[in-house]
Write a protein that binds this ligand. Sequence first.
Ligand SMILES: Nc1ncnc2c1ncn2[C@@H]1O[C@H](COP(=O)(O)OP(=O)(O)OP(=O)(O)O)[C@@H](O)[C@H]1O
Length: 238
Amino acid sequence: MHSVTVKHIEIHYQKGLGLSVNSSNSALRARNLHFSFGDAPALVGVDLDLEWGKVTAIAGPNGAGKSTLIEILAGVRKAARGTVDRKDDVALVVQRVTTPDALPLTVQDVVTMGTWGVSSSRAPINRALKMGAAERKARVAEALARVQLTDHASSPFNALSGGQRQRALLAQGIARRARIFLLDEPAAGLDLESRQRTRAMLAAEAARGAAVACVSHDEESIEAADCIVRLISGRRVS
Ligand SMILES: Nc1ncnc2c1ncn2[C@@H]1O[C@H](COP(=O)(O)OP(=O)(O)OP(=O)(O)O)[C@@H](O)[C@H]1O
């Protein structure tokens, strides 16, 4: 079978079956991604689709290119070659975030930033978020509740544990109504309970229809995902 992609419509030519037209279900579609740090290749020809309503685990040994891939999918790093087609706003949850001591932000402040709108010229969809104070407050309260941080709303962001910070950033995306969540989970520093909580929350966002990709290091999280992307030395092996 040959397939030709025209924007988001895939036209499949099947022997004996004539022509069938399917609209693509991918929330994000990456093709032939290449990236190098100097002469050292970090990604080599990676293809990947993230589906609405599914959690995709991105797995592989240290240095396999997982973080680099997540950054390129989110648009904060540009691939040397290849394309990324995103159908909605992306919420990126990076490893180990802190806020400057000179700018003490509460958890609520960090989540509220999600309602400020997307102004980056690199953002795929520049969706201005115009809303009144009441809606802003309601969205932040709802997002905090969904990640079980309501009781920490007034705490300094930097006083949270690593897992709680991840969840606060997740809440920032929820407040923004992002529908694609990309999470780069650190290899070390998160306890099992924290990982399980975050995993349950990502699964809940997928159940609401979001597309989720998560760098995962433990086999339990990897096996629990709907789809698995495995990288070795920058190449996708499964
Ligand atoms: N800023 C950088 N400068 C030079 N090389 C880098 C840089 N960041 C990553 N690399 C290299 O690129 C490759 C891919 O790194 P990346 O962080 O994407 O891997 P990873 O799979 O996320 O690893 P880990 O599981 O250890 O977080 C590795 O060989 C790494 O050493």
